[in-house]
Design a binder for this molecule. Sequence first.
Ligand code: PMP
Length: 431
Amino acid sequence: MATAKSENSAMKVASDSTLDVERIRADFPILSMVLHAREDRPGVPLVYLDNAATTQRPRQVIQSIVDTYEQHYANVHRGIHWLSDQSTDLYEEARGKVQAFINAQAREEVIFTHGTTESINLVARGWGDKFVQPGDEILLTEMEHHANIVPWQQLAERSGAVIRFLPITDDGQLALDALDQLLTPRTRLVAVTAISNVLGTINPLEVIVARARAVEALVLVDAAQSVPHQKTDVQALGADFLVFSGHKMLGPTGVGVLYGRRELLDAMSPFMGGGSMIRRVTTAGFEPAELPAKFEAGTPPIVPAIGLGAAIDYLNQIGIDAIHEHEMRLCRRAHEALGSIAGLRFLGPAPEHKSGIVSFTLAGVHAHDIAQLLDRHGIAVRAGHHCAMPLHKRLGINASSRASFYFYNTPAEVEQLARAIDDIKRIFRRK
Ligand code: PMP
């Protein structure tokens, strides 16, 4: 079958939950790349620290994609022909893997989309257009990604709703005290990121869900930066919607997930119309299909979803708790190693409140220069506003540099980053 098999996988978790990272890295062909080699120069090994933008894929995921295209591929219309049954089975098996991974109550509550962005737009359209009235309020936070701001601003334009923002503290945590004032009987939805893609802050979702419940508001969790890195249990959390992307968790691009509580999804209107999402169409109108098909118009991301299933298999075998701990260790290491560099300012809170995302500014050096110079060392980081312009404005900066880790990164890579930044500082001091 197309799903990844683990027998020959290098991943094994030691009982004390430390990871055998060297063996894990052997599963990721791209991580052994050497960059910038020339005839007169050997080149430098890739140090991939841009995992918050997208992660790399292990052979097992790549192989599942190849296997599907080579042996199991057709469109997913069950019962039409043998090959179609095969691909339908694999596609639905992947849905089951997602359901188990986030502990959704029912597989119908897992909708495949093309990514986090589409998932949020789906809710803004399918739920927002139907239920949000003029004067209703939607509460966001100052640390949201544009994907969790713009669809709500568009909804506000269409509906007359009002957008409010929960502020952050100077050290990059949510200012929960402000909830008293910002949550009102008109609040219909709180849309909040689980982990900030810039600050790395791990937000106290339980508090937010409880407070939102008290005013009967729904909660949408942008889990793009959390599902790949820490345990997610949508039932324990009590979230109404939770969204994430496959490509940030070893899966292919072009697939994402919308989890929604069944009664909400049932009440919502389909976001897109077309094939597959209908039970019946006449010249007079249409009747939508049952969940999950109701929200999966057209040919869905068949192979990406199957690849995401293989990625979940891989993550499960490593263990999401071990992944989280490893990244927290790398984050602490980064704070230690970079913290002694004069002029370097960390964005966000202390490491104990953060996941494996470390953003910073360096006095006198633009973030884009840092990224370009780090690239000469083979180090890939992200520079800019990271699709969080309101957050950067709040922090009083235009841009920042971001190193983001995954479980295949090593402490040695973190040290390399620190040494390279020190080098960059020296270059700029000389100028
Ligand atoms: N939300 C957050 C917190 C993100 O980090 C990202 C990706 N940078 C997104 C939303 C958007 O995800 P995608 O581009 O996969 O739709």
